[in-house]
Design a binder for this molecule. Structure first.
Ligand SMILES: C[S@@+](CC[C@H](N)C(=O)[O-])C[C@H]1O[C@@H](n2cnc3c(N)ncnc32)[C@H](O)[C@@H]1O
Length: 248
């Protein structure tokens, strides 16, 4: 199954993924991220869906939380495996909509907008169901993802620029009828020639994710605007949401 899915995180992308200049790799972002995950794990094991190169899983493991990852891209896992401490993390190659791993977990988590990499509603529901199936009663599923920025689109407009510099221009394209979205990245090393990479997403509002959680037997426990547990408001551009498994 995993081999049948398109892989947007293959060899070259995986080699370039870890970028110390990117804020997502900074202590300012990773510190509060790992603090919150340690609290939610509460002494139990954690399952990272789409663990990638271990940006979050490795520092979480270093804090003493047993971490198991599921990941589609062998190239991303190869990068993880080259890092100190990776031997403590078990990784299963597979699709997070259906891949099961041994054991049960106090926490499952899926960060960095990755729920949107699953581009159908059925697939996203399957991610919630698969996360719930791995949780102990009372266990939590956490998602970090953007709030769709369609409010910035005037009627009839499909495109919104989210970054513009000599090295990189990022443009999101939205189809509001189907909730499909494409992130177009134009990257350059010389400021003259650009390489384009397009990744498809399915965007979903927080309320739709709450319904997916209910289908999977979970209920919303907390929703914050960021890892620092700041309040989620109508102006929040992202959310960190936590659902708790109900009953057995
Ligand atoms: C933006 S990266 C995030 C990686 C890591 N969690 C992090 O925070 O740095 C998205 C990851 O999701 C993985 N991925 C995408 N679809 C997947 C799927 N259906 N099952 C498992 N992994 C998937 C990609 O291969 C990639 O490693």
């Amino acid at each position: 199954m995993a081999g049948m899915l398109p892989n947007y995180f293959d060899g070259d992308v995986a080699k370039r993924y870890d970028d110390p200049e990117d804020a997502m790799f900074s202590p300012e972002v990773l510190g509060p991220t790992v603090d919150l995950l340690v609290d939610l794990a509460d002494g139990r094991a954690a399952l990272e869906l789409a663990i990638g190169t271990g940006r979050v899983g490795l520092p979480l493991s270093e804090r003493g939380v047993p971490v198991h990852g599921i990941e589609l891209s062998e190239a991303m896992v190869k990068q993880l495996r080259a890092k100190p401490g990776a031997e403590k993390i078990a990784v299963t190659i597979g699709d997070m909509t259906s891949t099961r791993v041994e054991g049960s977990f106090g926490l499952a988590y899926l960060v960095f907008n990755t729920i949107g990499n699953v581009t159908t509603q059925d697939g996203q529901v399957a991610v919630f169901e698969n996360a719930a199936a791995h949780l102990e009663p009372g266990g939590c599923f956490l998602i970090e993802t953007s709030v769709p920025i369609v409010r910035r689109l005037p009627p009839g407009e499909r495109f919104a620029v989210f970054n513009h510099s000599d090295e990189h221009t990022g443009i999101d394209e939205y189809d509001v009828a189907t909730q499909q979205m494409w992130s177009h990245h134009y990257s350059s090393t010389d400021g003259e020639t650009y390489h384009r990479r397009t990744i498809p997403f399915r965007y979903a509002w927080p309320a739709e994710l709450d319904l997916m959680a209910r289908i999977a037997g979970m209920r919303l426990r907390d929703r914050w605007a960021d890892w620092d547990r700041s309040p989620f408001t109508g102006d929040s551009v992202k959310h960190v949401s936590v659902w708790e498994k109900v009953g057995g």
